[in-house]
Design a protein around this ligand. Sequence first.
Ligand SMILES: C[S@@+](CC[C@H](N)C(=O)[O-])C[C@H]1O[C@@H](n2cnc3c(N)ncnc32)[C@H](O)[C@@H]1O
Length: 347
Amino acid sequence: MTEPFDHSAEAIADQPATRPVDLAPGAAGLDPAGLGRQGPLDPVADWDQTWSGVATGPLRAGERVSLIAPKGRRHSIKLTPGAVFHSTWGGVEHDQLIGLMDGQVVTSAAGVAFLALRPLLEEYTVSMKRGAAVIYPKDASYILMFTDIFPGARVLEAGAGSGALSLSLLRAIGPTGRLYSYERRADFAQVASQNVVNFFGAEHPAWRLRVGDLVETIGPEPVDRAILDMLAPWECVDSVHQRLTPGGLLCCYVATCTQMGRVMDTIRTHGGWTEPRAVELNVREWHAEGLAIRPGHAGRGHTGFIVSTRRLGDGVQAPLKRRRPAPGAYGSDYDGPRPRGVEGPTD
Ligand SMILES: C[S@@+](CC[C@H](N)C(=O)[O-])C[C@H]1O[C@@H](n2cnc3c(N)ncnc32)[C@H](O)[C@@H]1O
């Protein structure tokens, strides 16, 4: 059973939404690319103080680079002095790449041109090691906007899975935010942790990864936003309500229609939330070359449904809906949670 959190103005007066972190020279983790810089931070040269995971300047040993072959196939390599990338198009020496700027062309021993580019977060997310299935970039980008993730936000996430969404959240909240990620499988938490460290180059100062079931191990911290990507998010709706600040947002990412219905009815039945909204995103890529303009062949099937709602103030119940549910929506065959006002079968 989760202990209720006191959201009164007095109780949280000393817990501002954004907290400064130690950005002093030499603070833990302020050299994520392992470049060994010393001395005070320079706002331009020290790109990594923003913890974006984006490197600039010449390609360095230890960095990952995408080598793009003539037919468009991407190969991710970690730049290592003296190493050679071998392919059917001939070998490419890593030393040819180290010191080059982003976006250059290198030629293999067989005379084939490869384009070298630093990988983007989106590419990294879909190609990194996986434990659990990840939230794809098309859904993650929508979640960031519609869950209103902001720099300095305190965000709760469960489960962490492979850490794909954690990466986008950490980049959006930055070093002054807090991301509390819960994952009940230790092996998946390990994968998530490694993926996040590999991307940012070090442990992100805003991240708290906790191994355990969310309901059983939820911490005492109040949060501004919460995202649940798990099999049974309805089991966590009340616990998250206890920690979420009034007006804060909850987003549930679910794969199936039955999960979507169950979590939306649980939110309505709880009463302390606004009417939930559900969307599914369909993105279609296009091919445009001369007169050949048509939808691309690469189809993306169904990924998931995104359900979102906002927490009401303490003790406030959502006003009863004026519109009656569709006939049979909560009929005698329905055995899920019943929202207030529809306590009995409607057929
Ligand atoms: C689909 S994965 C999450 C993927 C993650 N969002 C990503 O983008 O990489 C769902 C994860 O939730 C975890 N999980 C399920 N129920 C949980 C709970 N009650 N508390 C903590 N973790 C849970 C599972 O172990 C699984 O790793």
